[in-house]
Design a protein. Structure first.
Length: 294
């Protein structure tokens, strides 16, 4: 198979349309389409089903895409290995973590990593949907539950604490709960019902101090959005302490009531074990987590 066509196929399959793939490749939609048609002709099989809303891989396309993913991944690992031929960490480092942690703690600390390792170029990919490290969607992840994949290396790097928070305006309006059972009479904000939850038991406020689950007055699929709702006086929510640090217009309630603790893990694949970029980032995270208050 022609490598250029295989590379274009991989990008088209990842993008889901000729138009989006063309934007990535810097080619016209028609040029990309012609390349894919030529590849299909050479293989004597269709790789995509064309629909008005985009492209869907055929069974044969799925098979080829898996192989293309492996090839692209191995090329990337080899490229980074060559770049790291010296003892100095260098090259692109794709870091993924949750929206709330990535948009707050990581953004406040990543400059120190850049200053310490100027030849490493970090890409921060914040998402509450877990990216697949195996197919190189990211190089390293900070996650708040252990990985279940056998080819992943993980290290516990910290423990995060959640407590209940409200705004002064809400407390003046609705009063402050004195015990967990008082939450039955308060407005509660939760993360909400979504397919992927970044932290397990994240909505523990609904069951705190009661055997009968409560109803939330509002659900938001962003922890940072929950913080903003708390600040605006919508209600009480369980929030990670790191997210609240430095925030104004937020007050901790039920100070003697502690929510569940969540361990943080640094995760990467076994094939990235020797990466100097990964080792540099791991050391950076361990040192900074050790002195942080979570």
């Amino acid at each position: 198979m022609d490598w250029d066509k295989l590379r274009i196929f991989h990008i088209v399959a990842s993008a889901g349309s000729f138009t989006h793939a063309g934007e990535v490749l810097g080619l016209s939609q028609s040029s990309v389409s012609r390349q894919i048609r030529s590849l299909e002709d050479s293989l004597s099989t269709p790789l995509f089903n064309r629909h008005a809303r985009g492209l869907i891989l055929t069974d044969e396309g799925e098979t080829l895409f898996k192989t293309a993913e492996e090839v692209v991944s191995k090329i990337h690992v080899t490229e980074q290995s060559l770049l790291e031929g010296t003892n100095i960490p260098r090259g692109v480092l794709k870091i993924t973590t949750t929206q709330s942690f990535g948009s707050t703690w990581m953004m406040n600390h990543i400059k120190h990593f850049i200053d310490q390792y100027p030849e490493v170029r970090p890409q921060l990919l914040v998402s509450d949907q877990e990216l697949d490290l195996t197919v190189r969607q990211a190089d390293v992840a900070i996650r708040f539950h252990p990985s279940t994949q056998l080819d992943h290396i993980q290290r516990k790097v910290g423990t995060f604490h959640h407590h209940l928070y409200a705004s002064p305006e809400y407390i003046m309006r609705k009063g402050k709960p004195k015990q967990a059972s008082d939450l039955d009479h308060h407005d509660l904000i939760t993360y909400g019902d979504v397919p992927s939850i970044p932290i397990r038991d994240i909505d523990w406020v609904l069951s705190a101090g009661t055997d009968k689950p409560r109803q939330a007055i509002m659900k938001i699929n962003s922890i940072y959005g929950v913080l903003q709702a708390v600040k605006s006086g919508v209600g009480i929510a369980a929030l990670p302490d790191y997210l609240v640090q430095g925030s104004t217009n937020v007050v901790r309630v039920l100070k003697d009531y502690h929510g569940p603790e969540f361990d943080a893990f640094l995760v990467y694949t076994s094939e990235m074990r020797g990466s100097k970029r990964i080792q540099a980032f791991k050391q950076f995270i361990i040192e900074n987590f050790r002195s942080a208050k979570f």
